[in-house]
Ligand binder design. Structure first.
Ligand code: MG
Ligand code: MG
Length: 593
Protein backbone atom coordinates (compact mmCIF):
# COMPACT_ATOMS: atom_id res chain seq x y z
CA UNK A 1 0.00 0.00 0.00
CA UNK A 2 1.06 3.60 -0.44
CA UNK A 3 2.55 5.19 2.67
CA UNK A 4 2.42 8.80 3.72
CA UNK A 5 3.41 10.94 6.69
CA UNK A 6 2.22 14.30 7.99
CA UNK A 7 5.01 16.87 8.05
CA UNK A 8 4.06 17.70 11.66
CA UNK A 9 5.41 14.27 12.67
CA UNK A 10 9.02 15.24 11.90
CA UNK A 11 11.39 17.95 13.12
CA UNK A 12 13.06 20.62 11.04
CA UNK A 13 12.20 22.95 8.19
CA UNK A 14 9.65 21.84 5.59
CA UNK A 15 12.39 20.82 3.16
CA UNK A 16 14.25 18.88 5.85
CA UNK A 17 11.03 17.02 6.64
CA UNK A 18 10.36 16.26 2.97
CA UNK A 19 13.91 15.01 2.45
CA UNK A 20 13.72 12.75 5.51
CA UNK A 21 10.34 11.33 4.43
CA UNK A 22 11.62 10.61 0.94
CA UNK A 23 14.85 8.99 2.15
CA UNK A 24 12.94 6.74 4.52
CA UNK A 25 10.86 5.44 1.61
CA UNK A 26 7.51 7.20 2.02
CA UNK A 27 5.40 7.67 -1.11
CA UNK A 28 3.70 10.86 -0.01
CA UNK A 29 3.19 13.51 2.64
CA UNK A 30 0.44 15.46 4.32
CA UNK A 31 1.45 19.11 4.31
CA UNK A 32 0.65 20.65 7.67
CA UNK A 33 -0.38 24.26 7.15
CA UNK A 34 2.07 25.74 9.68
CA UNK A 35 4.98 24.08 7.91
CA UNK A 36 3.94 25.71 4.66
CA UNK A 37 3.37 29.13 6.28
CA UNK A 38 6.87 29.04 7.75
CA UNK A 39 8.54 27.99 4.52
CA UNK A 40 10.31 30.52 2.29
CA UNK A 41 9.43 28.37 -0.75
CA UNK A 42 6.44 29.22 -2.93
CA UNK A 43 3.73 26.58 -3.27
CA UNK A 44 5.00 25.87 -6.79
CA UNK A 45 8.53 25.34 -5.46
CA UNK A 46 7.24 23.01 -2.74
CA UNK A 47 5.33 21.09 -5.37
CA UNK A 48 8.48 20.80 -7.50
CA UNK A 49 10.58 19.76 -4.49
CA UNK A 50 8.11 17.01 -3.63
CA UNK A 51 8.09 15.82 -7.24
CA UNK A 52 11.91 15.71 -7.26
CA UNK A 53 11.85 13.65 -4.08
CA UNK A 54 9.25 11.26 -5.48
CA UNK A 55 6.62 12.39 -2.96
CA UNK A 56 2.98 13.07 -3.72
CA UNK A 57 1.12 15.62 -1.63
CA UNK A 58 -1.71 13.47 -0.36
CA UNK A 59 -3.39 15.92 1.99
CA UNK A 60 -3.40 19.56 2.96
CA UNK A 61 -4.35 20.13 6.59
CA UNK A 62 -6.08 21.26 8.66
CA UNK A 63 -9.06 23.49 7.92
CA UNK A 64 -10.85 24.24 11.19
CA UNK A 65 -14.15 25.53 12.57
CA UNK A 66 -16.01 25.44 9.27
CA UNK A 67 -19.43 23.97 9.98
CA UNK A 68 -22.53 24.63 12.10
CA UNK A 69 -21.57 28.24 12.82
CA UNK A 70 -23.68 31.45 12.40
CA UNK A 71 -24.32 32.54 8.77
CA UNK A 72 -21.93 35.50 8.78
CA UNK A 73 -19.20 33.32 10.24
CA UNK A 74 -19.82 30.68 7.59
CA UNK A 75 -19.62 33.29 4.80
CA UNK A 76 -16.16 34.23 6.11
CA UNK A 77 -15.26 30.53 6.20
CA UNK A 78 -16.13 30.08 2.53
CA UNK A 79 -13.98 33.09 1.66
CA UNK A 80 -11.10 31.57 3.64
CA UNK A 81 -11.68 28.20 1.96
CA UNK A 82 -11.52 29.74 -1.52
CA UNK A 83 -8.07 31.15 -0.68
CA UNK A 84 -6.90 27.78 0.57
CA UNK A 85 -8.28 25.93 -2.45
CA UNK A 86 -6.38 28.31 -4.73
CA UNK A 87 -3.25 27.58 -2.70
CA UNK A 88 -3.87 23.83 -2.94
CA UNK A 89 -4.21 24.10 -6.72
CA UNK A 90 -0.74 25.71 -6.81
CA UNK A 91 0.59 22.96 -4.53
CA UNK A 92 -1.01 20.20 -6.55
CA UNK A 93 -2.85 18.82 -3.52
CA UNK A 94 -6.34 17.48 -4.14
CA UNK A 95 -7.61 16.55 -0.67
CA UNK A 96 -8.17 18.87 2.28
CA UNK A 97 -8.75 17.83 5.87
CA UNK A 98 -11.60 19.55 7.70
CA UNK A 99 -11.72 18.90 11.46
CA UNK A 100 -15.01 18.96 13.32
CA UNK A 101 -15.65 22.38 14.77
CA UNK A 102 -14.48 23.52 18.20
CA UNK A 103 -15.80 27.05 17.54
CA UNK A 104 -17.52 28.55 20.61
CA UNK A 105 -20.51 29.63 18.47
CA UNK A 106 -20.91 26.24 16.73
CA UNK A 107 -24.35 24.74 17.34
CA UNK A 108 -25.40 21.16 17.85
CA UNK A 109 -27.29 20.83 14.58
CA UNK A 110 -26.37 17.98 12.22
CA UNK A 111 -28.60 19.27 9.43
CA UNK A 112 -26.85 22.65 9.50
CA UNK A 113 -23.43 20.97 9.63
CA UNK A 114 -24.34 18.83 6.61
CA UNK A 115 -25.67 21.87 4.76
CA UNK A 116 -22.44 23.81 5.38
CA UNK A 117 -20.20 20.93 4.41
CA UNK A 118 -22.22 20.44 1.22
CA UNK A 119 -21.64 24.09 0.31
CA UNK A 120 -17.95 23.75 1.09
CA UNK A 121 -17.79 20.62 -1.09
CA UNK A 122 -19.52 22.49 -3.93
CA UNK A 123 -16.80 25.13 -3.80
CA UNK A 124 -14.04 22.50 -3.49
CA UNK A 125 -15.38 20.70 -6.55
CA UNK A 126 -14.84 23.81 -8.68
CA UNK A 127 -11.13 23.43 -7.82
CA UNK A 128 -11.05 19.66 -8.32
CA UNK A 129 -10.58 19.24 -4.57
CA UNK A 130 -12.08 16.69 -2.17
CA UNK A 131 -13.03 17.49 1.42
CA UNK A 132 -12.27 14.87 4.09
CA UNK A 133 -14.26 15.57 7.27
CA UNK A 134 -12.73 14.22 10.50
CA UNK A 135 -14.20 14.04 13.99
CA UNK A 136 -11.77 15.47 16.53
CA UNK A 137 -12.01 13.52 19.77
CA UNK A 138 -12.59 16.91 21.46
CA UNK A 139 -14.90 18.36 18.78
CA UNK A 140 -17.56 20.65 20.25
CA UNK A 141 -20.56 18.71 18.98
CA UNK A 142 -19.05 16.08 16.67
CA UNK A 143 -16.43 13.96 18.39
CA UNK A 144 -16.93 10.40 17.10
CA UNK A 145 -16.19 8.93 13.69
CA UNK A 146 -19.70 7.50 13.25
CA UNK A 147 -21.25 10.90 13.95
CA UNK A 148 -18.95 12.55 11.38
CA UNK A 149 -19.92 9.85 8.88
CA UNK A 150 -23.67 10.41 9.49
CA UNK A 151 -23.19 14.09 8.63
CA UNK A 152 -21.15 13.27 5.51
CA UNK A 153 -23.80 10.75 4.47
CA UNK A 154 -26.57 13.31 4.98
CA UNK A 155 -24.66 15.96 3.00
CA UNK A 156 -24.43 13.44 0.16
CA UNK A 157 -21.91 15.23 -2.04
CA UNK A 158 -19.36 13.50 -4.32
CA UNK A 159 -16.57 15.87 -3.20
CA UNK A 160 -17.25 15.19 0.49
CA UNK A 161 -16.03 12.12 2.37
CA UNK A 162 -14.69 11.30 5.79
CA UNK A 163 -11.19 11.09 7.24
CA UNK A 164 -10.60 8.40 9.85
CA UNK A 165 -7.91 9.02 12.45
CA UNK A 166 -6.99 6.07 14.66
CA UNK A 167 -6.08 8.34 17.58
CA UNK A 168 -9.43 10.15 17.64
CA UNK A 169 -11.29 6.85 17.37
CA UNK A 170 -9.33 4.71 19.83
CA UNK A 171 -8.59 7.43 22.42
CA UNK A 172 -12.34 7.77 22.99
CA UNK A 173 -12.76 4.02 23.26
CA UNK A 174 -15.11 4.02 20.23
CA UNK A 175 -15.79 0.59 18.75
CA UNK A 176 -14.03 0.54 15.37
CA UNK A 177 -16.43 -2.17 14.15
CA UNK A 178 -18.78 0.49 12.73
CA UNK A 179 -16.08 1.52 10.24
CA UNK A 180 -17.07 -1.48 8.15
CA UNK A 181 -20.47 0.16 7.53
CA UNK A 182 -18.84 3.09 5.71
CA UNK A 183 -18.42 2.60 1.94
CA UNK A 184 -14.67 2.51 1.17
CA UNK A 185 -14.97 5.18 -1.54
CA UNK A 186 -16.37 7.60 1.07
CA UNK A 187 -13.31 7.18 3.29
CA UNK A 188 -11.16 9.85 1.68
CA UNK A 189 -8.23 9.51 4.04
CA UNK A 190 -6.83 7.38 6.86
CA UNK A 191 -4.50 8.87 9.48
CA UNK A 192 -2.69 6.55 11.84
CA UNK A 193 -1.19 7.11 15.24
CA UNK A 194 -0.75 4.97 18.33
CA UNK A 195 -0.42 6.28 21.89
CA UNK A 196 0.50 4.96 25.32
CA UNK A 197 -2.59 4.27 27.43
CA UNK A 198 -2.77 7.32 29.67
CA UNK A 199 -5.58 8.74 31.79
CA UNK A 200 -5.44 12.40 30.83
CA UNK A 201 -7.16 15.18 28.91
CA UNK A 202 -7.58 13.85 25.39
CA UNK A 203 -6.38 17.02 23.64
CA UNK A 204 -3.12 17.08 25.63
CA UNK A 205 -2.77 13.34 25.08
CA UNK A 206 -3.14 13.83 21.34
CA UNK A 207 -0.84 16.84 21.02
CA UNK A 208 2.05 15.45 23.05
CA UNK A 209 1.99 11.68 23.33
CA UNK A 210 1.03 10.21 19.98
CA UNK A 211 3.51 7.68 18.69
CA UNK A 212 3.94 5.40 15.71
CA UNK A 213 1.80 2.25 15.37
CA UNK A 214 3.21 -0.54 17.50
CA UNK A 215 4.82 1.87 19.99
CA UNK A 216 1.73 2.49 22.12
CA UNK A 217 -1.20 0.61 23.54
CA UNK A 218 -3.86 0.91 20.82
CA UNK A 219 -4.88 -1.94 18.54
CA UNK A 220 -4.13 0.03 15.38
CA UNK A 221 -3.87 -3.14 13.27
CA UNK A 222 -7.45 -4.13 14.09
CA UNK A 223 -8.67 -0.70 13.02
CA UNK A 224 -6.69 -0.83 9.77
CA UNK A 225 -8.07 -4.30 8.98
CA UNK A 226 -11.58 -2.91 9.27
CA UNK A 227 -10.76 0.07 7.07
CA UNK A 228 -9.25 -2.18 4.40
CA UNK A 229 -12.35 -4.34 4.58
CA UNK A 230 -14.38 -1.39 3.26
CA UNK A 231 -12.26 -1.30 0.09
CA UNK A 232 -10.41 1.89 1.12
CA UNK A 233 -7.73 2.50 -1.49
CA UNK A 234 -5.91 5.57 -0.15
CA UNK A 235 -2.59 5.68 1.64
CA UNK A 236 -1.72 4.63 5.18
CA UNK A 237 -0.66 7.97 6.59
CA UNK A 238 1.02 8.74 9.88
CA UNK A 239 -0.05 11.81 11.81
CA UNK A 240 1.92 11.89 15.03
CA UNK A 241 2.23 14.83 17.40
CA UNK A 242 4.98 13.93 19.84
CA UNK A 243 7.19 16.18 21.97
CA UNK A 244 10.21 13.91 21.57
CA UNK A 245 9.92 13.42 17.80
CA UNK A 246 9.60 17.19 17.40
CA UNK A 247 13.12 17.51 18.83
CA UNK A 248 14.77 14.38 17.49
CA UNK A 249 16.59 14.29 14.18
CA UNK A 250 14.14 13.93 11.29
CA UNK A 251 16.10 11.25 9.42
CA UNK A 252 16.04 8.45 12.03
CA UNK A 253 12.48 9.38 13.07
CA UNK A 254 11.29 9.01 9.49
CA UNK A 255 12.95 5.59 9.23
CA UNK A 256 11.36 4.54 12.53
CA UNK A 257 8.01 5.82 11.19
CA UNK A 258 8.26 3.93 7.94
CA UNK A 259 9.32 0.77 9.77
CA UNK A 260 6.16 1.03 11.89
CA UNK A 261 4.04 1.04 8.72
CA UNK A 262 5.92 -1.94 7.26
CA UNK A 263 5.27 -3.90 10.45
CA UNK A 264 1.65 -2.78 10.45
CA UNK A 265 1.17 -3.91 6.85
CA UNK A 266 2.65 -7.26 7.80
CA UNK A 267 0.23 -7.51 10.74
CA UNK A 268 -2.80 -6.86 8.55
CA UNK A 269 -1.58 -9.19 5.83
CA UNK A 270 -0.94 -6.76 2.97
CA UNK A 271 2.86 -7.11 3.06
CA UNK A 272 5.06 -10.14 3.62
CA UNK A 273 8.60 -9.17 4.60
CA UNK A 274 10.91 -12.09 5.42
CA UNK A 275 9.58 -13.74 8.60
CA UNK A 276 11.26 -12.88 11.92
CA UNK A 277 14.04 -15.22 13.01
CA UNK A 278 13.94 -15.12 16.81
CA UNK A 279 17.40 -15.39 18.42
CA UNK A 280 17.92 -18.45 20.60
CA UNK A 281 20.74 -17.28 22.83
CA UNK A 282 23.58 -14.85 23.42
CA UNK A 283 26.79 -15.94 21.70
CA UNK A 284 28.88 -13.08 23.09
CA UNK A 285 28.96 -9.53 24.33
CA UNK A 286 31.72 -7.36 22.87
CA UNK A 287 33.38 -4.55 24.76
CA UNK A 288 35.36 -1.97 22.86
CA UNK A 289 38.00 -0.25 24.94
CA UNK A 290 41.06 1.92 24.47
CA UNK A 291 42.77 0.02 27.31
CA UNK A 292 42.13 -3.68 27.88
CA UNK A 293 43.74 -3.69 31.33
CA UNK A 294 40.98 -2.51 33.70
CA UNK A 295 38.26 -4.60 32.10
CA UNK A 296 40.50 -7.66 31.85
CA UNK A 297 41.30 -7.36 35.56
CA UNK A 298 37.59 -7.19 36.31
CA UNK A 299 36.80 -10.21 34.12
CA UNK A 300 39.61 -12.17 35.75
CA UNK A 301 38.29 -11.40 39.24
CA UNK A 302 34.82 -12.47 38.12
CA UNK A 303 36.27 -15.89 37.24
CA UNK A 304 36.61 -15.47 33.47
CA UNK A 305 39.55 -16.95 31.62
CA UNK A 306 41.07 -15.53 28.47
CA UNK A 307 40.61 -18.61 26.30
CA UNK A 308 41.26 -17.35 22.78
CA UNK A 309 42.59 -14.49 20.74
CA UNK A 310 41.43 -13.23 17.35
CA UNK A 311 43.76 -14.33 14.55
CA UNK A 312 43.91 -10.94 12.89
CA UNK A 313 42.90 -8.28 15.40
CA UNK A 314 43.60 -7.31 19.01
CA UNK A 315 40.43 -8.97 20.31
CA UNK A 316 40.45 -11.37 23.26
CA UNK A 317 37.77 -13.91 24.07
CA UNK A 318 37.08 -14.26 27.79
CA UNK A 319 34.91 -17.16 28.79
CA UNK A 320 33.24 -18.70 31.81
CA UNK A 321 30.65 -21.42 31.35
CA UNK A 322 28.54 -20.28 28.40
CA UNK A 323 29.22 -16.59 29.12
CA UNK A 324 31.56 -15.08 26.53
CA UNK A 325 32.90 -11.56 26.52
CA UNK A 326 35.07 -10.16 23.73
CA UNK A 327 37.50 -7.40 24.65
CA UNK A 328 38.35 -5.40 21.56
CA UNK A 329 41.06 -2.74 21.52
CA UNK A 330 40.88 -2.29 17.75
CA UNK A 331 37.40 -0.83 17.52
CA UNK A 332 36.55 2.84 17.62
CA UNK A 333 36.34 3.34 21.37
CA UNK A 334 34.33 6.23 22.72
CA UNK A 335 36.14 9.02 24.47
CA UNK A 336 34.64 7.94 27.78
CA UNK A 337 36.26 4.56 27.49
CA UNK A 338 35.01 1.02 27.57
CA UNK A 339 31.56 0.43 26.11
CA UNK A 340 29.35 -2.47 25.12
CA UNK A 341 29.52 -2.11 21.36
CA UNK A 342 28.27 -5.39 19.93
CA UNK A 343 26.17 -8.41 20.79
CA UNK A 344 26.37 -11.80 19.15
CA UNK A 345 22.94 -13.40 18.99
CA UNK A 346 22.58 -17.11 18.29
CA UNK A 347 20.29 -17.43 15.31
CA UNK A 348 18.69 -20.47 13.69
CA UNK A 349 19.03 -18.66 10.35
CA UNK A 350 21.56 -15.80 10.33
CA UNK A 351 21.03 -14.87 6.68
CA UNK A 352 17.25 -14.88 7.15
CA UNK A 353 17.60 -12.70 10.25
CA UNK A 354 19.67 -10.20 8.25
CA UNK A 355 17.14 -10.23 5.39
CA UNK A 356 14.35 -9.46 7.84
CA UNK A 357 16.38 -6.64 9.37
CA UNK A 358 17.16 -5.15 5.99
CA UNK A 359 13.51 -5.35 4.88
CA UNK A 360 12.61 -3.43 8.05
CA UNK A 361 15.14 -0.68 7.28
CA UNK A 362 17.82 -1.65 9.80
CA UNK A 363 21.25 -0.56 8.59
CA UNK A 364 23.04 -3.72 7.48
CA UNK A 365 26.70 -3.51 8.44
CA UNK A 366 29.58 -4.41 6.18
CA UNK A 367 29.96 -8.12 6.69
CA UNK A 368 32.69 -9.05 9.08
CA UNK A 369 34.52 -11.97 7.61
CA UNK A 370 35.39 -15.07 9.53
CA UNK A 371 38.67 -16.93 9.04
CA UNK A 372 37.49 -19.06 6.14
CA UNK A 373 36.34 -15.87 4.47
CA UNK A 374 32.79 -16.60 5.50
CA UNK A 375 30.54 -13.59 5.85
CA UNK A 376 28.89 -12.84 9.20
CA UNK A 377 25.57 -11.07 9.09
CA UNK A 378 25.25 -7.99 11.24
CA UNK A 379 22.93 -5.01 11.58
CA UNK A 380 23.00 -1.85 13.68
CA UNK A 381 20.39 -1.25 16.38
CA UNK A 382 19.06 2.32 16.75
CA UNK A 383 21.60 3.08 19.50
CA UNK A 384 24.45 1.99 17.23
CA UNK A 385 24.99 -1.37 18.95
CA UNK A 386 26.11 -3.91 16.37
CA UNK A 387 24.06 -7.08 16.36
CA UNK A 388 25.74 -10.15 14.90
CA UNK A 389 23.67 -13.13 13.88
CA UNK A 390 25.70 -16.18 14.86
CA UNK A 391 25.44 -19.88 14.19
CA UNK A 392 27.92 -21.15 16.75
CA UNK A 393 29.03 -24.74 16.38
CA UNK A 394 27.00 -25.50 13.26
CA UNK A 395 29.35 -26.87 10.61
CA UNK A 396 27.21 -25.78 7.66
CA UNK A 397 27.28 -22.14 8.81
CA UNK A 398 30.14 -19.65 9.18
CA UNK A 399 31.26 -19.71 12.81
CA UNK A 400 32.55 -16.56 14.46
CA UNK A 401 34.80 -18.70 16.66
CA UNK A 402 36.78 -19.80 13.63
CA UNK A 403 38.34 -16.32 13.81
CA UNK A 404 39.85 -17.14 17.19
CA UNK A 405 42.90 -19.21 18.10
CA UNK A 406 42.96 -20.88 21.51
CA UNK A 407 45.29 -19.44 24.10
CA UNK A 408 47.57 -22.15 25.40
CA UNK A 409 47.47 -23.13 29.06
CA UNK A 410 44.19 -21.34 29.52
CA UNK A 411 42.60 -23.23 32.37
CA UNK A 412 39.01 -22.44 32.99
CA UNK A 413 38.39 -23.09 36.70
CA UNK A 414 35.09 -24.21 38.17
CA UNK A 415 32.68 -21.71 36.73
CA UNK A 416 30.65 -19.64 39.16
CA UNK A 417 28.95 -17.94 36.24
CA UNK A 418 27.24 -20.08 33.65
CA UNK A 419 25.87 -17.62 31.10
CA UNK A 420 24.87 -14.04 30.36
CA UNK A 421 21.55 -13.40 32.10
CA UNK A 422 20.83 -10.06 30.48
CA UNK A 423 22.40 -7.13 28.73
CA UNK A 424 21.39 -3.59 29.59
CA UNK A 425 21.74 -0.96 26.88
CA UNK A 426 21.28 2.76 27.36
CA UNK A 427 19.37 4.33 24.49
CA UNK A 428 19.91 7.85 23.23
CA UNK A 429 17.19 9.80 25.05
CA UNK A 430 15.00 10.34 21.98
CA UNK A 431 15.16 6.76 20.68
CA UNK A 432 13.33 4.82 23.39
CA UNK A 433 10.13 4.03 21.47
CA UNK A 434 12.15 3.39 18.34
CA UNK A 435 14.41 0.94 20.18
CA UNK A 436 11.44 -1.03 21.49
CA UNK A 437 9.79 -1.28 18.08
CA UNK A 438 13.12 -2.22 16.52
CA UNK A 439 13.86 -5.09 18.89
CA UNK A 440 10.29 -6.34 18.72
CA UNK A 441 9.81 -6.18 14.97
CA UNK A 442 13.30 -6.79 13.59
CA UNK A 443 14.39 -9.45 16.11
CA UNK A 444 10.97 -10.84 16.97
CA UNK A 445 11.52 -10.32 20.71
CA UNK A 446 8.69 -9.79 23.19
CA UNK A 447 8.56 -6.37 24.89
CA UNK A 448 7.66 -6.23 28.57
CA UNK A 449 6.02 -3.28 30.30
CA UNK A 450 7.99 -0.07 30.61
CA UNK A 451 8.96 0.85 34.17
CA UNK A 452 10.05 4.20 35.61
CA UNK A 453 13.19 4.18 37.74
CA UNK A 454 14.16 7.13 39.93
CA UNK A 455 17.73 8.26 39.54
CA UNK A 456 18.95 10.97 41.97
CA UNK A 457 19.32 13.35 39.01
CA UNK A 458 16.37 12.41 36.83
CA UNK A 459 13.92 9.74 35.88
CA UNK A 460 14.91 6.74 33.83
CA UNK A 461 12.59 4.52 31.89
CA UNK A 462 13.40 0.91 31.25
CA UNK A 463 11.83 -1.90 29.30
CA UNK A 464 13.05 -5.43 28.68
CA UNK A 465 12.77 -7.37 25.45
CA UNK A 466 13.12 -11.15 25.62
CA UNK A 467 12.87 -14.32 23.58
CA UNK A 468 10.36 -17.00 24.68
CA UNK A 469 12.67 -19.05 26.93
CA UNK A 470 14.44 -16.04 28.45
CA UNK A 471 17.83 -17.01 27.04
CA UNK A 472 17.98 -13.60 25.35
CA UNK A 473 17.11 -10.69 27.61
CA UNK A 474 17.95 -7.13 26.74
CA UNK A 475 16.98 -4.25 29.01
CA UNK A 476 16.58 -0.98 27.12
CA UNK A 477 16.71 2.11 29.25
CA UNK A 478 16.70 5.82 28.66
CA UNK A 479 17.27 8.83 30.84
CA UNK A 480 15.19 11.99 30.96
CA UNK A 481 17.77 14.33 29.49
CA UNK A 482 19.93 14.37 26.36
CA UNK A 483 23.13 13.92 28.38
CA UNK A 484 21.96 10.81 30.19
CA UNK A 485 23.19 8.32 27.64
CA UNK A 486 26.72 9.27 28.57
CA UNK A 487 26.06 9.42 32.33
CA UNK A 488 24.27 6.11 32.68
CA UNK A 489 26.21 2.96 32.19
CA UNK A 490 25.47 -0.17 30.23
CA UNK A 491 25.82 -3.49 31.95
CA UNK A 492 26.34 -7.18 31.45
CA UNK A 493 24.50 -9.34 33.97
CA UNK A 494 26.04 -12.74 34.62
CA UNK A 495 23.91 -15.66 35.79
CA UNK A 496 25.11 -17.69 38.77
CA UNK A 497 23.42 -20.35 40.89
CA UNK A 498 24.98 -18.98 44.08
CA UNK A 499 25.49 -15.25 44.16
CA UNK A 500 26.92 -15.29 47.70
CA UNK A 501 29.70 -17.69 46.66
CA UNK A 502 30.32 -15.76 43.42
CA UNK A 503 30.49 -12.46 45.32
CA UNK A 504 32.91 -13.90 47.87
CA UNK A 505 35.15 -15.32 45.13
CA UNK A 506 35.14 -11.96 43.39
CA UNK A 507 36.20 -10.21 46.60
CA UNK A 508 38.88 -12.79 47.35
CA UNK A 509 40.25 -12.22 43.84
CA UNK A 510 40.66 -8.53 44.67
CA UNK A 511 37.35 -7.26 43.29
CA UNK A 512 35.28 -4.60 45.02
CA UNK A 513 31.50 -4.72 44.93
CA UNK A 514 29.37 -1.60 44.79
CA UNK A 515 28.70 -0.57 48.43
CA UNK A 516 25.02 -0.49 49.32
CA UNK A 517 23.81 1.75 52.19
CA UNK A 518 22.74 0.23 55.52
CA UNK A 519 19.32 1.88 55.20
CA UNK A 520 18.56 -0.40 52.30
CA UNK A 521 19.07 -3.49 54.48
CA UNK A 522 16.97 -2.05 57.30
CA UNK A 523 14.18 -1.68 54.78
CA UNK A 524 14.69 -5.24 53.49
CA UNK A 525 14.41 -6.48 57.09
CA UNK A 526 11.10 -4.64 57.39
CA UNK A 527 9.74 -6.06 54.15
CA UNK A 528 10.84 -9.70 54.30
CA UNK A 529 11.71 -12.38 56.77
CA UNK A 530 15.09 -13.94 56.14
CA UNK A 531 16.79 -17.02 57.54
CA UNK A 532 19.31 -16.42 60.35
CA UNK A 533 22.39 -14.63 59.05
CA UNK A 534 21.12 -14.29 55.51
CA UNK A 535 20.51 -10.54 55.61
CA UNK A 536 23.84 -9.99 57.39
CA UNK A 537 25.60 -11.77 54.52
CA UNK A 538 23.84 -9.57 51.97
CA UNK A 539 24.72 -6.47 53.97
CA UNK A 540 28.35 -7.51 54.24
CA UNK A 541 28.72 -8.20 50.51
CA UNK A 542 26.40 -5.56 49.00
CA UNK A 543 23.88 -8.06 47.65
CA UNK A 544 20.43 -6.75 46.80
CA UNK A 545 17.25 -8.77 47.02
CA UNK A 546 13.89 -8.76 45.28
CA UNK A 547 10.92 -11.06 44.96
CA UNK A 548 8.03 -11.33 42.51
CA UNK A 549 5.09 -13.71 42.05
CA UNK A 550 7.41 -16.24 40.41
CA UNK A 551 10.43 -16.31 42.65
CA UNK A 552 13.45 -14.58 44.16
CA UNK A 553 16.28 -12.45 42.81
CA UNK A 554 19.64 -11.75 44.42
CA UNK A 555 22.17 -9.52 42.71
CA UNK A 556 25.23 -7.33 43.18
CA UNK A 557 27.32 -4.96 41.09
CA UNK A 558 30.93 -4.40 40.18
CA UNK A 559 32.41 -0.92 39.81
CA UNK A 560 31.97 0.77 36.44
CA UNK A 561 34.76 0.71 33.89
CA UNK A 562 34.27 3.39 31.26
CA UNK A 563 30.55 3.06 30.55
CA UNK A 564 30.16 -0.57 31.58
CA UNK A 565 29.71 -2.52 34.78
CA UNK A 566 28.92 -6.13 35.53
CA UNK A 567 26.12 -7.54 37.63
CA UNK A 568 26.07 -10.98 39.25
CA UNK A 569 22.54 -12.32 39.39
CA UNK A 570 20.95 -15.34 40.97
CA UNK A 571 17.53 -15.74 39.41
CA UNK A 572 15.32 -18.35 41.06
CA UNK A 573 12.14 -18.28 39.01
CA UNK A 574 12.03 -14.48 39.21
CA UNK A 575 11.10 -12.77 35.94
CA UNK A 576 12.13 -9.15 36.45
CA UNK A 577 15.38 -7.23 36.53
CA UNK A 578 15.49 -5.79 40.04
CA UNK A 579 13.81 -2.49 39.06
CA UNK A 580 12.79 -2.11 42.70
CA UNK A 581 16.48 -1.89 43.64
CA UNK A 582 17.66 0.19 40.69
CA UNK A 583 17.25 3.60 42.42
CA UNK A 584 19.53 2.40 45.26
CA UNK A 585 22.05 1.10 42.74
CA UNK A 586 21.98 4.33 40.70
CA UNK A 587 22.45 6.47 43.82
CA UNK A 588 25.37 4.27 44.93
CA UNK A 589 26.95 4.57 41.49
CA UNK A 590 26.65 8.36 41.58
CA UNK A 591 28.37 8.36 44.99
CA UNK A 592 31.32 6.30 43.78
CA UNK A 593 31.72 8.30 40.57
MG1 MG B 1 -6.01 13.71 12.30
MG1 MG C 1 20.46 -5.59 35.52
Amino acid sequence: MRTSIATVSLSGSLTEKLTAASRAGFDGVEIFENDLLASPLTPEEIRARCADLGLSIDLYQPMRDIEAVPADEFARNLRRARHKFELMRRLGADTVLVCSSVHPLAVDDDALAAYHLRQLADLAQEFGIRVAYEALAWGRHVSTYDHAWRIVEAADHPALGTCLDSFHILSRGSDPKGIEDIPGEKIFFLQLADAPLLAMDVLQWSRHYRCFPGQGGFDVADLVRRVLHTGYGGPLSLEVFNDVFRQAEAGPTAVDAHRSLLVLQEAVGVATPPAPVVPTGVAFAELVTPDAEPVSALLGALGFTRTARHRGKPVDLWQQGEARVLVNTAGAARRDGTSLAAIGLESPDPAGAARRAEALLAPVLPRRRAAEDAPLDAVAAPDGTELFFCASGRPEQPDWRADFADVEHAEPGTPGVHRIDHLALVQPWHHYDEATLFHRSVLGLHAQESVDVADPYGLMRSRAVTNPDGSVRIALSVGAAPTDDTVHAQHIALATDDVVAAARRFREAGGRLLPIPANYYDDLAARYEFADGELETYRELGILYDRDAYGEFRHCYTPTVGRVFFELVQRDGYRGYGAQNAPVRLAAQHLTR
